[in-house]
Ligand binder design. Structure first.
Ligand SMILES: Cc1cc2nc3c(=O)[nH]c(=O)nc-3n(C[C@H](O)[C@H](O)[C@H](O)COP(=O)(O)OP(=O)(O)OC[C@H]3O[C@@H](n4cnc5c(N)ncnc54)[C@H](O)[C@@H]3O)c2cc1C
Length: 289
């Protein structure tokens, strides 16, 4: 949406909007996770387009996708400034996917390797300018982090819902367990953090809609909400006692699904890196205007 030409947007976006087209996002490699710029994927310019060789890993929806955005080096000597972005079709010659990973959670969507061996990609599949793909990826991720935070918020909320439901029903020592103040305080803590995270996400989304730079806001929202989702899922599981540890209860799944969100779209530590970097941009040095 942000970097495609009108023609590219018309070709791919209506299908994404109506759910008939799935586009994967191929950035991560076995040796290049948080440090994406060290990727090995290579796109060599040839007559009429590029030939891409790449091994992308942990690519969400790759086994079921129609297309994928692939980031590859067009000018390896320029490092992060030599990376470009391409839209490939999954049925192009030389494209294959690995076995779906056996994940701990988020089992509703497959994740696998995505391999490109001498794949010819026509020149009109370049998204944005040549060698500007890394900036595009970073700007896309900055907005996507608001979505990742919203997803984690849903998990934190469902952990809350399950905790309330269970502690109302479960009776020990002659009363529903939510009436024990220690447990009520635990749930008060969960609810307070949940509400704070919701406002952070809405604030970041509001600013993004108005075209503001949301690097700081999106990372703060992603960082705190994903940590809260894990914390709330853990507390809600504790409130279920032994029943929280068996598959029959939804909280066991919520606990596993929550854990992914501290890893994807930039880990918790990478959010801290971004927040600390942005923080020092906010403060001017003494004597500066
Ligand atoms: C289920 C799932 C789905 C995914 N979907 C996609 C997808 O669709 N597309 C895609 O491109 N990728 C995807 N990923 C990859 C994901 O973005 C990476 O796993 C993530 O960026 C971390 O990279 P890594 O796993 O190589 O860990 P590493 O980068 O090796 O990190 C290892 C540890 O070191 C820490 N660390 C690294 N660098 C620093 C630093 N500078 N300062 C402090 N700590 C640091 C990390 O926080 C982490 O704790 C997915 C991953 C999973 C698990």
């Amino acid at each position: 949406m942000k970097y495609g030409t009108e023609e590219q947007k018309r070709a791919w976006l209506p299908g994404v909007a109506d759910g008939t087209r799935v586009i994967a996002f191929g950035l991560t490699e076995p040796g290049a996770g948080s440090d994406n710029a060290s990727m090995k994927a290579r796109a060599e310019k040839v007559d009429g387009g590029y030939v891409i060789n790449a091994q992308k890993t942990f690519i969400t929806a790759a086994p079921m996708a129609d297309n994928a955005l692939i980031f590859a080096k067009t000018d390896p000597e320029l490092g992060a400034k030599g990376i470009s972005c391409f839209m490939i079709d999954m049925d192009m010659k030389g494209v294959s996917v690995g076995k779906p990973e056996k994940k701990m959670g988020c089992k509703g969507i497959p994740v696998s390797d995505l391999i490109l061996e001498d794949v010819f990609v026509p020149a009109d599949r370049l998204i944005g300018e040549e060698n500007r793909g890394f900036t595009a990826a970073m700007k896309t991720l900055s907005i996507a982090r608001i979505g990742a935070a919203a997803s984690a918020l849903g998990i934190a909320q469902s952990a809350m819902d399950e905790a309330v439901k269970y502690t109302r029903e479960r009776v020990q020592f002659g009363k529903p367990i939510y009436k024990f103040q220690g447990l009520g305080f635990m749930m008060a803590d969960m609810e307070a953090k949940l509400r704070a995270c919701r406002l952070l996400i809405y604030d970041a989304a509001y600013k993004a809609d108005r075209g503001a730079d949301v690097n700081m806001d999106a990372s703060v929202a992603k960082y705190l909400t994903t940590e809260t989702a894990c914390e709330n899922a853990d507390k809600a599981l504790q409130l279920h006692g032994g029943y929280g540890y068996v598959r029959e209860y939804l909280i066991e799944r919520i606990f596993r699904d929550a854990r992914f969100h501290r890893l994807g779209e930039g880990t918790t530590q990478i959010q801290q890196v971004i927040i600390s970097r942005e923080l020092f941009k906010c403060y001017r040095c003494p004597g500066q205007q």
